[in-house]
Design a protein around this ligand. Structure first.
Ligand SMILES: NC(=O)c1ccc[n+]([C@@H]2O[C@H](COP(=O)([O-])OP(=O)(O)OC[C@H]3O[C@@H](n4cnc5c(N)ncnc54)[C@H](OP(=O)(O)O)[C@@H]3O)[C@@H](O)[C@H]2O)c1
Length: 302
Protein backbone atom coordinates (compact mmCIF):
# COMPACT_ATOMS: atom_id res chain seq x y z
CA UNK A 1 0.00 0.00 0.00
CA UNK A 2 1.13 3.61 -0.59
CA UNK A 3 0.41 5.69 2.49
CA UNK A 4 0.75 9.43 3.06
CA UNK A 5 1.17 10.55 6.68
CA UNK A 6 0.55 14.21 7.44
CA UNK A 7 2.35 15.26 10.62
CA UNK A 8 4.24 11.95 10.41
CA UNK A 9 7.41 13.39 11.94
CA UNK A 10 5.91 13.33 15.47
CA UNK A 11 5.77 10.75 18.23
CA UNK A 12 2.93 8.56 16.87
CA UNK A 13 3.90 9.14 13.23
CA UNK A 14 7.46 7.85 13.70
CA UNK A 15 6.25 4.69 15.43
CA UNK A 16 3.63 4.10 12.73
CA UNK A 17 6.21 4.60 9.97
CA UNK A 18 8.49 2.00 11.56
CA UNK A 19 5.72 -0.63 11.48
CA UNK A 20 4.50 0.28 7.97
CA UNK A 21 8.02 -0.06 6.54
CA UNK A 22 8.49 -3.39 8.33
CA UNK A 23 5.30 -4.59 6.65
CA UNK A 24 6.61 -3.55 3.22
CA UNK A 25 4.38 -0.51 2.62
CA UNK A 26 5.55 2.63 0.81
CA UNK A 27 5.43 5.65 3.10
CA UNK A 28 5.43 9.37 2.32
CA UNK A 29 5.20 12.21 4.82
CA UNK A 30 4.10 15.83 4.59
CA UNK A 31 6.11 18.08 6.88
CA UNK A 32 6.44 21.84 7.39
CA UNK A 33 10.18 21.35 7.91
CA UNK A 34 11.24 18.61 5.48
CA UNK A 35 14.98 19.40 5.86
CA UNK A 36 14.89 19.06 9.64
CA UNK A 37 12.83 15.90 10.19
CA UNK A 38 14.71 12.71 10.89
CA UNK A 39 12.92 9.80 9.27
CA UNK A 40 14.15 6.54 7.71
CA UNK A 41 15.67 7.05 4.24
CA UNK A 42 12.93 4.87 2.67
CA UNK A 43 10.37 7.59 3.49
CA UNK A 44 9.72 10.33 0.92
CA UNK A 45 9.20 13.66 2.66
CA UNK A 46 7.22 16.41 0.89
CA UNK A 47 7.02 20.00 2.11
CA UNK A 48 3.72 21.68 2.91
CA UNK A 49 2.61 24.80 4.74
CA UNK A 50 -0.07 23.26 6.96
CA UNK A 51 -2.77 25.22 5.12
CA UNK A 52 -3.04 24.48 1.42
CA UNK A 53 -3.91 21.23 -0.30
CA UNK A 54 -3.45 22.21 -3.95
CA UNK A 55 0.39 21.94 -4.01
CA UNK A 56 0.32 18.26 -3.06
CA UNK A 57 -2.92 17.07 -4.68
CA UNK A 58 -0.85 15.14 -7.26
CA UNK A 59 1.04 13.37 -4.46
CA UNK A 60 -2.26 12.45 -2.84
CA UNK A 61 -3.57 11.03 -6.11
CA UNK A 62 -0.80 8.38 -6.01
CA UNK A 63 -1.79 7.15 -2.53
CA UNK A 64 -4.04 4.35 -1.31
CA UNK A 65 -4.43 5.76 2.19
CA UNK A 66 -3.89 8.97 4.15
CA UNK A 67 -3.25 9.38 7.88
CA UNK A 68 -3.67 12.92 9.23
CA UNK A 69 -1.85 13.41 12.53
CA UNK A 70 -1.00 17.11 12.19
CA UNK A 71 -1.58 19.38 15.17
CA UNK A 72 0.33 21.61 17.57
CA UNK A 73 1.28 19.72 20.73
CA UNK A 74 -1.26 20.25 23.56
CA UNK A 75 1.04 19.09 26.34
CA UNK A 76 4.08 21.24 25.64
CA UNK A 77 3.36 24.22 27.91
CA UNK A 78 0.78 26.64 29.33
CA UNK A 79 -2.29 27.31 27.23
CA UNK A 80 -1.93 30.98 26.36
CA UNK A 81 -4.61 32.50 24.09
CA UNK A 82 -2.08 32.37 21.20
CA UNK A 83 -1.32 28.70 21.81
CA UNK A 84 -5.01 27.82 22.04
CA UNK A 85 -5.50 29.55 18.71
CA UNK A 86 -2.65 27.47 17.26
CA UNK A 87 -4.07 24.21 18.71
CA UNK A 88 -7.25 24.91 16.78
CA UNK A 89 -5.90 26.35 13.52
CA UNK A 90 -3.13 23.74 13.19
CA UNK A 91 -5.83 21.07 13.21
CA UNK A 92 -8.68 22.73 11.34
CA UNK A 93 -6.53 24.30 8.62
CA UNK A 94 -4.72 20.99 8.13
CA UNK A 95 -8.06 19.23 7.84
CA UNK A 96 -9.31 21.78 5.31
CA UNK A 97 -6.08 21.35 3.31
CA UNK A 98 -6.69 17.59 3.25
CA UNK A 99 -10.17 18.19 1.85
CA UNK A 100 -8.80 20.59 -0.78
CA UNK A 101 -6.19 18.03 -1.86
CA UNK A 102 -8.85 15.29 -2.09
CA UNK A 103 -11.11 17.58 -4.14
CA UNK A 104 -8.33 18.27 -6.67
CA UNK A 105 -6.77 14.79 -6.84
CA UNK A 106 -7.55 12.98 -10.09
CA UNK A 107 -7.70 9.71 -8.13
CA UNK A 108 -8.80 9.62 -4.49
CA UNK A 109 -7.22 7.41 -1.80
CA UNK A 110 -9.83 5.04 -0.41
CA UNK A 111 -9.27 5.64 3.31
CA UNK A 112 -8.43 8.51 5.64
CA UNK A 113 -7.42 7.97 9.26
CA UNK A 114 -8.07 11.26 11.04
CA UNK A 115 -6.48 11.93 14.44
CA UNK A 116 -8.67 13.08 17.30
CA UNK A 117 -8.60 12.56 21.07
CA UNK A 118 -10.74 11.32 23.96
CA UNK A 119 -10.81 14.97 25.02
CA UNK A 120 -13.72 15.01 22.54
CA UNK A 121 -16.01 13.87 25.38
CA UNK A 122 -14.96 16.58 27.86
CA UNK A 123 -14.70 15.87 31.61
CA UNK A 124 -17.01 12.90 32.22
CA UNK A 125 -16.85 11.93 35.90
CA UNK A 126 -17.51 8.27 36.52
CA UNK A 127 -19.62 7.49 33.45
CA UNK A 128 -18.42 4.77 31.05
CA UNK A 129 -17.73 6.50 27.74
CA UNK A 130 -18.27 4.76 24.41
CA UNK A 131 -18.13 6.32 20.96
CA UNK A 132 -21.77 7.41 20.95
CA UNK A 133 -21.30 9.72 23.95
CA UNK A 134 -21.86 13.42 23.13
CA UNK A 135 -18.98 15.92 22.86
CA UNK A 136 -17.93 18.05 25.81
CA UNK A 137 -18.72 21.75 25.94
CA UNK A 138 -15.23 22.65 27.22
CA UNK A 139 -12.33 23.94 25.11
CA UNK A 140 -10.90 20.46 24.32
CA UNK A 141 -14.30 18.99 23.52
CA UNK A 142 -15.13 21.78 21.08
CA UNK A 143 -11.61 21.69 19.61
CA UNK A 144 -12.05 17.99 18.85
CA UNK A 145 -15.48 18.57 17.29
CA UNK A 146 -14.03 21.14 14.87
CA UNK A 147 -10.96 18.97 14.24
CA UNK A 148 -13.07 15.92 13.36
CA UNK A 149 -15.53 17.93 11.28
CA UNK A 150 -12.75 19.55 9.23
CA UNK A 151 -12.20 16.42 7.11
CA UNK A 152 -15.81 15.21 6.97
CA UNK A 153 -16.34 16.48 3.37
CA UNK A 154 -14.06 13.69 1.99
CA UNK A 155 -16.87 11.22 2.73
CA UNK A 156 -18.79 12.72 -0.21
CA UNK A 157 -16.21 11.07 -2.54
CA UNK A 158 -16.82 7.66 -0.95
CA UNK A 159 -13.68 7.84 1.18
CA UNK A 160 -13.79 5.60 4.26
CA UNK A 161 -13.00 8.04 7.08
CA UNK A 162 -11.96 6.74 10.51
CA UNK A 163 -11.67 9.01 13.56
CA UNK A 164 -8.99 8.06 16.08
CA UNK A 165 -10.17 9.22 19.51
CA UNK A 166 -6.87 8.49 21.20
CA UNK A 167 -6.23 8.40 24.94
CA UNK A 168 -2.96 8.97 26.79
CA UNK A 169 -0.35 7.13 24.72
CA UNK A 170 2.22 5.44 26.94
CA UNK A 171 5.69 4.73 25.57
CA UNK A 172 9.18 4.58 27.01
CA UNK A 173 9.97 7.99 25.55
CA UNK A 174 6.50 9.58 25.73
CA UNK A 175 6.20 12.93 27.46
CA UNK A 176 3.13 11.71 29.35
CA UNK A 177 4.90 8.72 30.93
CA UNK A 178 8.08 10.70 31.67
CA UNK A 179 6.04 13.28 33.59
CA UNK A 180 4.25 10.60 35.58
CA UNK A 181 7.45 8.69 36.36
CA UNK A 182 9.49 11.67 37.55
CA UNK A 183 7.88 12.43 40.96
CA UNK A 184 7.66 8.73 41.75
CA UNK A 185 11.34 8.27 40.95
CA UNK A 186 12.09 11.14 43.36
CA UNK A 187 10.05 9.43 46.06
CA UNK A 188 7.34 12.12 46.12
CA UNK A 189 4.63 10.47 44.02
CA UNK A 190 0.98 10.84 45.01
CA UNK A 191 -2.50 11.36 43.57
CA UNK A 192 -3.12 14.48 41.50
CA UNK A 193 -6.07 16.48 42.81
CA UNK A 194 -8.76 14.10 44.10
CA UNK A 195 -7.07 11.22 42.29
CA UNK A 196 -10.55 10.02 41.27
CA UNK A 197 -10.34 11.27 37.68
CA UNK A 198 -10.14 8.52 35.07
CA UNK A 199 -7.11 8.05 32.84
CA UNK A 200 -7.87 6.49 29.44
CA UNK A 201 -4.38 5.15 28.65
CA UNK A 202 -3.12 3.06 25.73
CA UNK A 203 0.26 1.38 25.15
CA UNK A 204 1.99 2.76 22.03
CA UNK A 205 2.15 -0.77 20.56
CA UNK A 206 -1.67 -0.99 20.70
CA UNK A 207 -2.08 2.55 19.36
CA UNK A 208 -0.08 1.57 16.28
CA UNK A 209 -1.57 -1.92 15.83
CA UNK A 210 -5.09 -0.53 16.22
CA UNK A 211 -4.34 2.12 13.57
CA UNK A 212 -3.10 -0.60 11.18
CA UNK A 213 -6.17 -2.71 11.98
CA UNK A 214 -8.51 0.21 11.19
CA UNK A 215 -6.54 1.07 8.06
CA UNK A 216 -6.98 -2.42 6.68
CA UNK A 217 -10.46 -3.26 7.97
CA UNK A 218 -12.94 -2.41 5.21
CA UNK A 219 -15.84 -2.14 7.68
CA UNK A 220 -14.14 0.40 9.91
CA UNK A 221 -15.51 3.90 9.60
CA UNK A 222 -16.47 6.69 12.00
CA UNK A 223 -15.16 7.21 15.56
CA UNK A 224 -13.07 4.70 17.52
CA UNK A 225 -11.79 5.10 21.06
CA UNK A 226 -8.12 4.14 20.99
CA UNK A 227 -7.83 3.38 24.68
CA UNK A 228 -7.11 0.19 26.62
CA UNK A 229 -10.22 -1.72 27.75
CA UNK A 230 -9.38 -1.03 31.39
CA UNK A 231 -8.99 2.68 32.14
CA UNK A 232 -7.94 3.46 35.71
CA UNK A 233 -8.37 6.31 38.13
CA UNK A 234 -5.42 8.65 38.58
CA UNK A 235 -4.71 7.33 42.09
CA UNK A 236 -4.67 3.72 40.84
CA UNK A 237 -2.45 4.67 37.92
CA UNK A 238 0.03 6.25 40.35
CA UNK A 239 -0.10 3.33 42.79
CA UNK A 240 0.49 0.83 39.99
CA UNK A 241 3.38 2.85 38.60
CA UNK A 242 4.93 3.19 42.07
CA UNK A 243 4.58 -0.57 42.64
CA UNK A 244 6.24 -1.37 39.32
CA UNK A 245 9.04 1.10 40.13
CA UNK A 246 9.22 -0.08 43.76
CA UNK A 247 8.94 3.48 45.01
CA UNK A 248 6.64 5.12 47.59
CA UNK A 249 3.39 6.81 46.66
CA UNK A 250 2.15 9.07 49.39
CA UNK A 251 2.22 12.80 48.63
CA UNK A 252 -1.04 14.17 47.17
CA UNK A 253 -0.75 17.23 44.94
CA UNK A 254 -3.72 19.53 45.59
CA UNK A 255 -5.78 20.52 42.55
CA UNK A 256 -5.30 24.19 43.44
CA UNK A 257 -1.51 23.90 43.10
CA UNK A 258 -1.86 22.18 39.72
CA UNK A 259 -4.28 24.88 38.53
CA UNK A 260 -1.83 27.58 39.62
CA UNK A 261 1.13 25.85 38.00
CA UNK A 262 -0.51 24.72 34.77
CA UNK A 263 -3.40 27.13 34.32
CA UNK A 264 -6.14 25.86 31.99
CA UNK A 265 -3.86 23.03 30.84
CA UNK A 266 -4.44 21.43 34.28
CA UNK A 267 -7.64 19.96 32.80
CA UNK A 268 -5.38 17.41 31.10
CA UNK A 269 -4.40 15.95 34.49
CA UNK A 270 -7.35 16.88 36.72
CA UNK A 271 -10.18 15.78 34.42
CA UNK A 272 -10.56 12.61 32.45
CA UNK A 273 -12.80 10.14 30.71
CA UNK A 274 -13.60 6.55 31.60
CA UNK A 275 -13.40 5.79 27.89
CA UNK A 276 -13.57 2.22 26.62
CA UNK A 277 -12.81 0.94 23.09
CA UNK A 278 -16.23 -0.59 22.44
CA UNK A 279 -16.17 -0.30 18.64
CA UNK A 280 -12.61 -1.62 18.30
CA UNK A 281 -13.47 -4.68 20.43
CA UNK A 282 -16.70 -5.26 18.48
CA UNK A 283 -14.69 -5.21 15.25
CA UNK A 284 -12.39 -7.91 16.64
CA UNK A 285 -9.27 -5.98 17.64
CA UNK A 286 -7.32 -7.82 20.34
CA UNK A 287 -5.25 -5.67 22.66
CA UNK A 288 -1.69 -6.67 23.47
CA UNK A 289 -1.87 -4.65 26.70
CA UNK A 290 -5.29 -4.70 28.36
CA UNK A 291 -4.11 -4.01 31.88
CA UNK A 292 -2.01 -1.13 33.11
CA UNK A 293 0.43 -3.14 35.19
CA UNK A 294 1.53 -5.34 32.28
CA UNK A 295 1.84 -2.25 30.04
CA UNK A 296 3.99 -0.43 32.58
CA UNK A 297 6.15 -3.48 33.28
CA UNK A 298 6.77 -3.77 29.56
CA UNK A 299 7.58 -0.06 29.16
CA UNK A 300 9.77 0.30 32.23
CA UNK A 301 11.75 -2.90 31.76
CA UNK A 302 15.31 -1.74 31.06
N1 LIG B 1 0.46 11.42 21.90
C1 LIG B 1 -0.71 11.32 22.53
O1 LIG B 1 -0.78 10.86 23.69
C2 LIG B 1 -1.98 11.76 21.82
C3 LIG B 1 -3.21 11.54 22.48
C4 LIG B 1 -4.38 11.93 21.85
C5 LIG B 1 -4.33 12.53 20.60
N2 LIG B 1 -3.13 12.73 19.98
C6 LIG B 1 -3.13 13.43 18.69
O2 LIG B 1 -2.56 12.60 17.68
C7 LIG B 1 -1.79 13.41 16.77
C8 LIG B 1 -0.38 12.88 16.70
O3 LIG B 1 0.14 12.86 18.03
P1 LIG B 1 1.71 12.95 18.32
O4 LIG B 1 1.89 12.66 19.76
O5 LIG B 1 2.46 12.19 17.28
O6 LIG B 1 1.95 14.53 18.09
P2 LIG B 1 3.34 15.30 17.86
O7 LIG B 1 4.49 14.47 18.25
O8 LIG B 1 3.18 16.65 18.51
O9 LIG B 1 3.39 15.45 16.26
C9 LIG B 1 2.38 16.11 15.55
C10 LIG B 1 2.94 16.59 14.22
O10 LIG B 1 2.06 17.65 13.79
C11 LIG B 1 2.80 18.59 13.03
N3 LIG B 1 2.49 19.93 13.52
C12 LIG B 1 2.87 20.52 14.69
N4 LIG B 1 2.43 21.78 14.75
C13 LIG B 1 1.76 22.00 13.57
C14 LIG B 1 1.09 23.11 13.01
N5 LIG B 1 1.06 24.29 13.66
N6 LIG B 1 0.51 22.98 11.79
C15 LIG B 1 0.57 21.80 11.12
N7 LIG B 1 1.22 20.72 11.59
C16 LIG B 1 1.79 20.82 12.80
C17 LIG B 1 4.30 18.31 13.24
O11 LIG B 1 4.86 17.87 12.01
P3 LIG B 1 5.91 18.78 11.15
O12 LIG B 1 6.65 19.65 12.12
O13 LIG B 1 6.79 17.77 10.48
O14 LIG B 1 5.09 19.55 10.17
C18 LIG B 1 4.32 17.20 14.30
O15 LIG B 1 5.32 16.24 14.04
C19 LIG B 1 -1.83 14.86 17.30
O16 LIG B 1 -2.73 15.60 16.54
C20 LIG B 1 -2.28 14.69 18.74
O17 LIG B 1 -3.02 15.79 19.23
C21 LIG B 1 -1.95 12.36 20.56
Amino acid sequence: MRILIIGGSGFIGRALIGRLLEMGHEVSVLSRRPQAVRLPSAVTVYPWDGRRGAPWADVLAEMNAVVNLAGANLGAGRWTPQRKHEFLTSRVWSGEAVVEAFSLAARKPSVLLQASAVGYYGPCGNEIITEDAPPGKDFLGQLCVQWETSTQPVEAWGVRRVLLRTGIVLAKDSLALKRLVLPIRWGVGGPLGSGKQWMPWIHLADQIEAMLFLLQHEQARGPYNLTAPNPVRNVDFGRTLARVMRRPFWLPVPALILRLLLGEMSTMVLDGQRAVPRRLLELGYRFRFENLESALRDLLAS
